[in-house]
Design a protein around this ligand. Structure first.
Ligand code: ADE
Ligand code: ZN
Length: 350
């Protein structure tokens, strides 16, 4: 029988988060406040009342309304800083965070405005909370490869110490993934790491295109991976990380219950899986809540949660020396936490 870790202990476990969107991690109260300040009319009084979804398209509709609230660089700075404070309170020490400029560009907000606010928020949060955050520019897959290339061109002008990767999000239905081979190849040539939302609602063949043709470094969601065992073996052999978001899948309505999520089976097959909140505030969670839910739904104990933290370090885009150092620090902290809480469970081997 695996003994579950207490909520307090789960919150204290040092964590790395790799799949979270800054807009979806913004507090609804802040967004409502900013909308008022910016003279933006919202379809509801309380934004949080929109946070119930009937599928991915419906969710993206709510996400668009969230994005409408953000107008100035100061708005982006505020939500970035706040979301990193919430992450810090959940035990997150390092985060790679998406932003989706397409929603802002559609409303005439310059890319520079978005970027300046994000970069300032990241820098302030490092000073205030000691949390380290790198950013990933999410291209809007339904907009196609042309707009993707335009965004990658804009990304070239950003501080490359902060903007480390290119991702691809939004709906999956009817998207021609092969069309992204060229812009993603260009992004890689320019030194960006790449990832993509693949098989959130789509089939395992989407993951195959991402991994085999586009050549992504990481897969976001990868929900149906195990439906193709040849592909699973390849993903395991190449250790392509998969960032899963179980609560997101349930909240968006892709899955009835957390306990039906394939993450435990993926791990058993040797897939490098990390646990992520996706859109923390839009799902009313933080990463500590997500760890707790996963512990309960999957019958995990402390050792599993610690393994997941180490897997997230391994899945990150930190360089090898930084990964080794972070694993060492986490392992030391796990041991301290275990003795503080009177545990003698196993120590990690690096
Ligand atoms: N953008 C923000 N969250 C997303 C999700 N879960 N799927 C696709 N695009 C997104
Ligand atoms: Zn996502």
């Amino acid at each position: 029988m695996v003994e579950p870790a207490s909520p307090e202990h789960v919150r204290s476990i040092p964590k790395v988060e790799l799949h979270v969107h800054v807009e979806g991690a913004a507090r609804p109260s802040t967004l409502t406040n900013l909308a008022r300040q910016n003279g933006i009319e919202l379809p509801v009084q309380d934004l949080a009342s929109l946070y119930a979804y009937e599928g991915l398209e419906d969710f993206i509709g709510a996400y668009d309304i969230v994005c409408r609230c953000l107008v100035s660089a100061a708005d982006y700075e505020r939500v970035t800083h706040e979301s990193l404070e919430l992450a810090h309170l959940a035990g997150v020490q390092y985060r790679e965070m998406f932003f989706s400029p397409t929603f802002a560009l559609r409303r005439g907000i310059p890319f520079k405005t978005v970027w300046q606010g994000l970069a300032a928020g990241v820098s302030e949060a490092r000073k205030d909370f000691g949390i380290e955050c790198k950013l990933i520019l999410d291209i809007d897959k339904p907009s196609g490869p042309g707009p993707a290339r335009e965004l990658i061109d804009l990304a070239l002008g950003c501080d490359r110490e902060v903007l480390v990767g290119i991702g691809g999000d939004a709906g999956e239905d009817g998207v021609d993934l092969v069309a992204f081979v060229e812009p993603f190849e260009f992004a890689r040539q320019q030194g960006f790491r790449t990832t993509m939302h693949l098989s959130e609602e789509g089939p395992a063949s989407d993951i195959a295109v991402g991994v085999r043709q586009i050549g992504v470094d990481r897969v976001d969601h990868g929900f149906n991976l195990l439906k193709d065992m040849d592909l699973t073996r390849e993903v395991v052999e190449r250790q392509v990380p998969v960032t899963v978001c179980p609560t997101s899948n349930v909240e968006i309505g892709l899955l009835d219950s957390l306990s039906d999520h394939p993450a435990p089976a993926m791990r058993q097959h040797g897939v490098l899986v990390s646990i992520n909140s996706d859109n923390a505030e839009m799902f009313r969670i933080d990463l500590a809540d997500e760890f707790l839910r996963v512990q309960e739904a999957f019958g995990y104990g402390l050792a599993d949660l610690e393994d997941l933290s180490i897997a997230a370090i391994q899945s990150s885009w930190l360089d090898d020396a930084s990964k080794t150092e972070m694993k060492r620090q986490f392992t030391t902290r796990f041991q301290e936490l275990r003795s503080e809480m009177g545990r003698t469970e196993r120590a990690f081997e690096l």
